[in-house]
Ligand binder design. Sequence first.
Ligand SMILES: [Zn+2]
Length: 314
Amino acid sequence: MEETDCPVCGNNQGHAVLIARDNLLGHPGTFREVLCPECGLLYLNPRPSPAEIARYYAGEYAPYLKRPKPARRIPRIAKMFVRLRYHGSDLRTRLKKDAFRGQKGRVLDVGCGAGAFLYRLKELGWETCGVEIDPRAVETARKLGLDVHAGMLEQANFPSRHFDVVTALHVLEHIHFPRAFLTEIWRVLKPGGLLYIEVPNLRSFNFRVFGAQWFNLDAPRHLCSYWRKPLVRLLRATGFRVTRIHHLSGTMGLRGSIGYYRRLRGLKPLHWIQRKTVKRLLKLFTFALDIARAGDVIRVDAVKIVDRSLSGHM
Ligand SMILES: [Zn+2]
């Protein structure tokens, strides 16, 4: 374990607000979650060092294992619907829309897992590239014919100003040095290029209600828990302008949190919560949470800005 200052702003006055356990994979130990008084980030301190972190992913870490569905032809009517009815909340829809309009280009997905998202983008005509740290996931993605670099983003050595779009979906919360990570994304993006980041939202209804049993706290794999303020601060500091913030909670965060809460109290899992009709009702509830900006996940759309103070990065 290693001590750290706030990974976003460098403040070292953070105080412990809760003690978490590994609810997902059950690794032993307790983990101290510290709140930064300067930027509002919640982060693990002490935290597993970069050398130690791999063992906390051992086993069946689901995001690595998700495989793409087989390719399917998208009917023209569906394309029209997407073009006309697009509201901008779903990233896949957004990139689909760009593809249908002929605005596709080169996209990099950082932390692409087994390549499910990239595979669909490739089907739509994007020139795709991925980076993934898990060797099994890399192998699966490569079998699909995807171009995926094994290892960390910084090791891939992409040329500067290379990509039109970079996506990092549920990745930033796992990163030890988010400023260096975003600076590298800035380098490989074209000027005016788009960055899409998705992270769990600390200022969510679920965190307020469930605290240490919040499904998306996921200690010790999530080193940082973001929300609007620290995320915008981080992006501004690394050369991005935030253009939009969406709240997008599925029902998994709520169902998972209820599961952890009940397990902690020695209660049996609620099986009826997995029923389709119940999920649909919960979906209505989480939709209302999103409108109230208390959804479980936020997605930030940002643009790479180039000015003199940042030209040293070029
Ligand atoms: Zn901070």
